[in-house]
Design a protein around this ligand. Sequence first.
Ligand SMILES: Cc1cc2nc3c(=O)[nH]c(=O)nc-3n(C[C@H](O)[C@H](O)[C@H](O)COP(=O)(O)O)c2cc1C
Length: 176
Amino acid sequence: MQYLIATSSKTGNTRQLADALAAALAGREGATCVYNGSAGPEAAAALPQADTALVGFWCDKGTCPPDTAELLAQLGGKRVFLFGTAGFGGAPEYFDRILDTVRAQLPASAVYLGGAMCQGKMTPNVRTRYEAMLAEKPGDARIQAMIDNFDAALAHPDARDLAAVATAAQAALGLC
Ligand SMILES: Cc1cc2nc3c(=O)[nH]c(=O)nc-3n(C[C@H](O)[C@H](O)[C@H](O)COP(=O)(O)O)c2cc1C
């Protein structure tokens, strides 16, 4: 297996997953990494050598960001594992929905092996925005839940997240 890891990561959360995947796959017999870096022209240039692509994305309004979408469109004939982070955690169905949306952007000839996601911390301005919303609607349970989610996200990705994504990838790739 010649695999490529290409990641879109604005603030580093998804990069952490990519690094954990690279570490988990390094040295596996029959598995050679041909590229490990950001999604973009360099990833596209390395693609011809890879039969398997592990593509990481941060959740951008319910889907993947444009650089990921661009890469996904070039994955015809490849085996693909998706991994990602999103600010909202706690509901596996939410992650499944995002993965379905992102997966739908693969060409028909790509072989989707599976995907895994975890929660990822958000930037402080998001909490400031939520606080302003709560100040306008004191006691609003929905806004309070958003603040609670923000605070819970601060600890992610954590070691368990990294291990779970690495395990899911190894299983999907048939390496364990
Ligand atoms: C513009 C923007 C849109 C986002 N949209 C969502 C979203 O729809 N759902 C969600 O759960 N998180 C959303 N997030 C949160 C990020 O997906 C999350 O913090 C992610 O872990 C960031 O990953 P990174 O550190 O690899 O960039 C959004 C963040 C930004 C900046």
